[in-house]
Design a protein around this ligand. Structure first.
Ligand SMILES: [Zn+2]
Ligand SMILES: [Zn+2]
Length: 148
């Protein structure tokens, strides 16, 4: 079974548990993001959702993205203005992302120690953190190998 199907099934049951609806549009946006191995911008998602000559209005995609973000089913990569599907949406988490600047692949890691030390560093400064997203830019293992 392809991974994206699995993610969609899990998303479906998460929405059910929370009493919200994974509508067709939301589901399609999630499916597109989960099928991609790199982050996609809103307009790339729109393009992927194009139905023959019929183009969806951008607000439709933004609304679907807002819903998916709110429920932790996707994450936003701020530095790329793009979105990725989450691999473990069952539990709330802060994420760190390893972003390869050569091939664009993004790997999500969920390291509780990083989240915790960020939280306490913010506390020390009296800063009320809302989101603790860490984006690490570099070269992935595959690209590093290719480049020698
Ligand atoms: Zn995640
Ligand atoms: Zn790479």
């Amino acid at each position: 079974m392809p991974m994206s199907t699995d993610v969609l099934t899990r998303a479906e049951s998460i929405c059910q548990q929370r009493g919200v609806r994974l509508t067709t549009q939301r589901r399609r946006v999630l499916a597109i993001l989960c099928a991609s191995n790199r982050p996609l911008g809103a307009y790339e998602i729109l393009e992927a959702m194009r139905d023959g000559a019929r183009t969806l209005a951008p607000p439709t995609v933004y609304r679907a993205l807002d819903f998916l973000l709110e429920h932790g089913l996707v994450h936003k990569i701020e530095s790329m203005h793009a979105f990725v599907g989450c691999n473990h949406p069952e539990h709330p988490h802060s994420s760190q992302f390893l972003i390869c600047h050569d091939c664009g692949v993004v790997t999500e890691i969920d390291d509780a120690a990083v989240t915790q030390s960020l939280g306490s560093a913010a506390d020390v400064s009296g800063f009320r953190a809302q989101r603790r997203v860490v984006e690490v830019i570099g070269t992935c293992a595959q690209c590093a190998e290719k480049n020698g």
